[in-house]
Design a protein around this ligand. Structure first.
Ligand SMILES: CC(C)(COP(=O)(O)OP(=O)(O)OC[C@H]1O[C@@H](n2cnc3c(N)ncnc32)[C@H](O)[C@@H]1OP(=O)(O)O)[C@@H](O)C(=O)NCCC(=O)NCCS
Length: 143
């Protein structure tokens, strides 16, 4: 089941990702704070009987929806949960009259194939983004 993020989900959401980089957890906490406090940030969680198994955090940038974080718990991947979360993002984007959804991904992240599978197209690249990592940008038009 996909539903909007609630404050009580905070710790479970922070437990989804396996953090090889401790600064990543801090960055996700900052984004969760934004979802909790700001009108233009949204979150959705995927829940099964055992609890939260995935989440997406999004920013409405007026005209375009930006996917800031997306993760499905290890052991639950490749079962359509990521797709379901992104469908919810698309619905929200249409509701908010956004023209497109954008996101970026590390060049060497194999999960970039997932975005292509769900209809995103590469829209550019950025060399030496945060921490010097190269990023690929993806875009999907919704209107
Ligand atoms: C990326 C992620 C959210 C995908 O979620 P998921 O629930 O496993 O994805 P789905 O099961 O909905 O997959 C949809 C399609 O994409 C494909 N896919 C998913 N991950 C893939 C990968 N790493 N490589 C190739 N194809 C992939 C699936 O096979 C499926 O294809 P199909 O429709 O032909 O069966 C998940 O792997 C994840 O949380 N990864 C760790 C965090 C991360 O990297 N986030 C993205 C940062 S850019």
């Amino acid at each position: 089941m996909i539903r909007p993020y609630q404050q009580k989900d905070r710790e479970e959401v922070l437990g989804i990702y396996t953090y090889s980089d401790p600064t990543k957890k801090k960055r996700i906490e900052v984004k969760i704070n934004a979802v909790e406090r700001l009108d233009n940030w949204y979150g959705f969680v995927a829940e099964d009987d055992g609890g939260i198994v995935g989440y997406v955090l999004i920013e409405d940038l007026i005209g375009g929806m930006y996917v800031s974080e997306l993760a499905v718990k290890e052991g639950y991947r490749l079962h359509g949960i990521g797709t379901s979360l992104m469908k919810e993002v698309e619905e929200l984007a249409r509701e908010k009259a956004c023209k497109n959804i954008s996101l970026n991904c590390n060049v060497d992240n194999p999960n970039k194939e997932f975005y292509k599978k769900i209809g995103f197209e590469e829209s550019g690249s950025q060399i030496g983004y945060r921490e010097g990592q190269d990023k690929i940008w993806f875009l999907k038009r919704v209107r």
